[in-house]
Structure formats: C-alpha cells, structure tokens
Design a protein around this ligand. Structure first.
Ligand code: HEC
Length: 127
C-alpha cells in the first residue's frame, strides 16, 4: 500500500500546483486588462527600465519597482489605494528621481475603489 501512496500524493500535489499557476496567470491577465482599461499604462510600465516620452524618464514608476519599495510595509496597500483614487501631491513626490511625471492625477474617474484595491494588491505582490 505504502508503495502507491507517494505517486498518488505526487499527482495530487502536481494537480493542485498546476491549477494555482493557471489561476494566477488568469489573474495576471485580468489585472493587465484592468490597468489598460483604466489608462494606467499611459504612465506606468510593469517592468522597470522603460523609457519615457522624448527620452525623458518614464512618467510614472514601474509597478515592479513599486512592489520592491513597499515590500513588507503594512500600511502601503491602504495608502496606495487612496493615492490611486485621489491622486498624489506634486509637492511631495515619492518618485522624484525616477520619474518625469510630477504627480499622479486622481483615477477615480477611470476605476472603482474595489478594482483599485484589486489592482494595488496585485501590484504590491509583483516579484
Ligand atoms: C497621467 C499619468 C498617470 C496615470 C494615468 C496613472 N499614474 Fe500612477 N503614478 C503616476 C506618477 C507620476 C506617479 C509618481 C508620483 C510621485 O512621485 O509621488 C505615480 C505613482 C503611482 C503609484 C505609487 C505611489 C507612491 O506613493 O509611491 C501607484 C501604486 C500607482 N501610481 C498606480 C496607478 C494605477 C493603478 C493607475 C491606473 C488606475 C495609475 N497609477 C495611473 C502617474 C500616473
């Protein structure tokens, strides 16, 4: 009996992990669609290193850089959701040396609070 246990367990683990990979890929797609629909990619890239308009720095910070900067910061999710909805202040730039945009405009016209929450959680989880 014990002879059969491990291959069965192995198959079960494999099945579980492949469904979760599939689910996260689907979520990636959904989040990219949401970002596109809300116009986020006019100013942001996901991957760092993209150039901005006319050879300037990118308008907004790359989402993977945002994830790295706020890693382990428990307040980040709430603060960033509010900033996405209400915009940021040009007098308190968080990405001054990295971006050419001076502030993020409010996005509440383009995205719901619930979708902003989903998107910010996804951004913060990027590796
Ligand atoms: C018109 C350009 C523009 C658009 C559109 C835009 N952003 Fe931004 N975003 C910026 C800029 C510029 C900053 C950097 C602000 C700063 O330096 O304080 C920023 C910063 C951010 C940050 C980090 C804020 C911080 O305090 O570190 C997040 C998260 C973010 N944007 C998410 C989004 C999401 C999600 C969308 C779409 C719903 C979006 N942005 C749309 C320009 C934009």
């Amino acid at each position: 009996m014990s002879k059969y246990k491990s291959p069965i367990l192995f198959a079960a683990v494999l099945a579980l992990s492949s469904t979760s990979v599939f689910a996260s890929e689907k979520n990636d797609e959904a989040m990219k669609k949401l970002g596109t629909k809300a116009g986020c990619f006019t100013c942001h890239a996901i991957e760092p290193g993209a150039a901005g308009p006319n050879g300037l720095k990118p308008i907004g910070p790359a989402w993977k850089e945002i994830a790295a900067r706020y890693k382990g910061d428990k307040k980040a999710e709430k603060v960033l959701i509010a900033e996405v909805m209400d915009g940021t202040s040009p007098y308190n730039r968080h990405w001054q040396d990295k971006t050419s945009g001076v502030a993020m405009p409010p996005n509440a016209v383009a995205i719901s609070q619930a979708d902003a929450k989903k998107l910010v959680r996804w951004i913060l989880a990027l590796k």
